[in-house]
Design a protein around this ligand. Structure first.
Ligand code: G6P
Length: 612
């Protein structure tokens, strides 16, 4: 996820662009850049935040009234000056900014390399800008046509703005899967990833649709055409939101926005990696370690907080599918308890931020003993991603809310892909079962969407229990880590004491806490130990406890016993955590809001714990 902003009009572009970048910085903050046309294209970019770009351009020529700018959140290529955007084509005819992921960039790059193109960066964006330049030169078409042809060849998501050396009075914007909005002012146009950079200049906006190409010419009406050449009439809307609401895309809090982003973030984490039709899972950053993983005698997973809960789901997944023994470790314990680590061990470290001090130290310890370290991180270029030998990034986009939500589901998605990839190589899964699971994974984003539709029910339940002093969360099998995660979310943001427990363990202690004031959230989906969980529900009911049950859509048995029901769609047992966690995130969110808590910045907590 990145932020893009562009301007064409009578004013100086720089102040508009730099302010726009500040507004978009929540979308990415590892590098930034700006390109402004003044006789030629002046391009400035550097690693770091927008403030660093601002100091970098001091004293340089930043005059001109057409320009494009970008704040990056890396997905391909580490954060660096050269990988920052805008990115110029090989012959410097074109300069482009891009938000999204071009999945087939490797094959396109190979073709272009054969045609003599040289690449400076590791980005998929440089492939796209050269593809457009190549088509323009080779086929002798104009820039708009070249963009359309190129975008027909591209697989993936993009929001791009192209600026040309030869036609400095024109910007071309296009999008698919990534957001893009055009602001229409007096003889001027603004383009951005969201309306925050635009709202102070104009309230007239056009939200672009997928596969549309906007041709934005100085002193001309806005033209929109699809990549299949259908001419569209721009639909101009009036903006009614304030700035902070816009950054949150209309959601009241970043946490809620991030909960609702999960269909997209899970899809982005699978993008280019899962091809169910072809029966293939490819994790580029893990491929070199495939053999080691297939022959591994043991895997150790280390993490903290929510990421540790993802590891627990990973343990169930890996043991189930690959038959490799897995140990899950709190990084803070692992690093100080003289653990047995062998050279043939594989350590998988999971971290949203990639900066958690304990996880980093655990990695260094395991590395010093000769183990192979793989990472699952959300932030490209982070310390943990650099300290590992390989791994996969979760493409969840920046997570701003302190309580982790979309990072968890993305981590479990990557773990599922990894386990499936190893299982198929190792032969621990039949071909038909493997195919069945791939098919199911592919439709998980739609099922998350469906799980989100429980929001109104969850809000009603939240109103009833906002003043509870304790909560118990119960689950078995794959749903035990979900119970832990549900309890952690509630503690973190609403400050209500909550405990997650394996449902059967309840008898060995927590059952003593149950009375008519104790809400018990039970994840009772229809696979695995469903019947056993029903018995556990009866044990709670026999002691007057209140049951809030998360069940599979259409469930009948639990409905007759539970006080409140939240439905999630049916899925394979191993993918239930990705769906069942969603209403629990919403439950903690609504309760915290109803209690007047600061949801995005809860007391005493930090997004990234860089001290031990
Ligand atoms: C902090 C955050 C949690 C997060 C944990 C681990 O406690 O508040 O949301 O789960 O750190 O962070 P990591 O970035 O390593 O996943």
């Amino acid at each position: 996820m990145c932020g893009i902003v562009a301007y064409i009009g009578p004013k100086q572009a720089y102040p508009i662009l730099i302010n726009g970048l500040y507004r978009l910085e929540y979308r990415g903050y590892d590098s930034a850049g700006i390109a402004i046309f003044n006789e030629g294209i002046n391009l400035y970019k550097c690693k770091g935040k927008v403030a660093e770009l601002e100091s970098f351009v001091k004293g340089k020529d930043i005059t001109g009234n057409i320009g494009i700018a970008h704040t990056r959140w890396a997905t391909h290529g580490e954060p660096s000056d050269v990988n920052a955007h805008p990115v110029s084509s090989y012959r410097k005819q074109l300069t482009l900014i891009h938000n999204g992921i071009i999945e087939n960039y490797a094959s396109l790059k190979e073709e272009l390399t054969q045609r003599g193109y040289k690449f400076e960066s590791q980005t998929d964006t440089e492939v796209l800008v050269n593809l457009i330049e190549d088509i323009k030169t080779k086929e002798g078409v104009d820039l708009v046509e070249a963009v359309k042809i190129a975008l027909n060849q591209v697989i993936g998501a993009y929001a791009i703005v192209v600026m040309s050396h030869d036609q400095p009075d024109m910007l071309i914007a296009a999008k698919k899967g990534s957001p893009m909005v055009i602001g229409i002012g007096n003889d001027e146009y603004f383009v951005a990833s969201d309306a925050t950079p635009i709202v102070e200049h104009t309230t007239h906006v056009v939200y672009m649709n997928d596969e549309e190409v906007a041709v934005i010419r100085r002193n001309h009406e806005l033209e929109i055409v699809t990549i299949r050449n259908e001419v569209k009439t721009p639909y101009v809307q009036e903006l009614e939101m304030n700035l902070s609401a816009l950054a949150k895309e209309g959601y009241e809090h970043f946490m809620l926005k991030e909960i609702y982003e999960q269909p997209r973030s899970v899809r982005d984490s699978m993008r280019g990696r899962l091809n169910a039709r072809a029966g293939v899972v490819v994790l580029g950053g893990v491929i070199d370690f495939e053999q080691k993983l297939v022959s591994a005698r043991r895997i150790i997973m280390v993490a903290c907080g929510t990421s540790w809960h993802a590891c627990l789901v990973g343990e169930y997944l890996f043991e189930d599918l690959t038959r490799i023994p897995v140990e899950v470790e709190y990084a803070s314990e692992f690093r100080y308890r003289n653990p047995v680590i062998r050279e043939d061990d594989i350590v998988i470290a999971i971290s949203q931020s990639g900066e958690t001090a304990d996880t980093l130290a655990a990695i260094e310890l395991a590395k010093s003993k000769g183990a192979t370290i793989l990472g699952i991180c959300n932030v490209v270029g982070s310390s943990i991603s650099r300290a590992t030998h390989g791994g996969s990034f979760t493409h969840a986009g920046p997570e701003i809310g302190v309580a982790s939500t979309k990072a968890f589901t993305a981590q479990v998605t990557i773990l599922s892909l990894m386990a499936l990839m190893i299982a198929s190589k190792k032969g621990t899964i039949s071909k038909s079962r493997y195919q069945q699971l791939l098919n199911e994974m592919e439709i998980l984003p739609e099922k998350i969407e469906e799980a989100l539709s429980s929001d109104a029910t969850v809000l009603d339940i939240s109103k009833k229990f906002k003043d509870a002093r304790n909560f118990l969360y119960l689950g078995r099998g794959y749903n035990f880590p979900v119970a832990l995660e549900g309890a952690l979310k509630l503690k973190e943001i609403s400050y209500i004491h909550a405990e997650g427990y394996p449902a059967a363990e309840m008898k060995h202690g927590p059952i003593a806490l149950i009375d008519a004031h104790m809400p018990v959230v039970v994840i009772a989906t229809n696979k695995g130990s469903y019947e056993k969980v029903i018995s556990n529900i009866q044990e709670v009911k026999a002691r007057n406890g209140i049951i809030i049950a998360v069940v599979t859509k259409g469930d009948k048995a639990v409905k007759t016993m539970a006080d409140y029901i939240i439905e999630v769609p049916e899925t394979e047992e191993m993918f239930v955590p990705i769906l069942a966690v969603v209403p629990l995130q919403l439950l903690s969110y609504h309760i915290a809001v109803l209690r007047g808590c600061n949801v995005d910045q809860p007391r005493n907590l930090a997004k990234s714990v860089t001290v031990e």
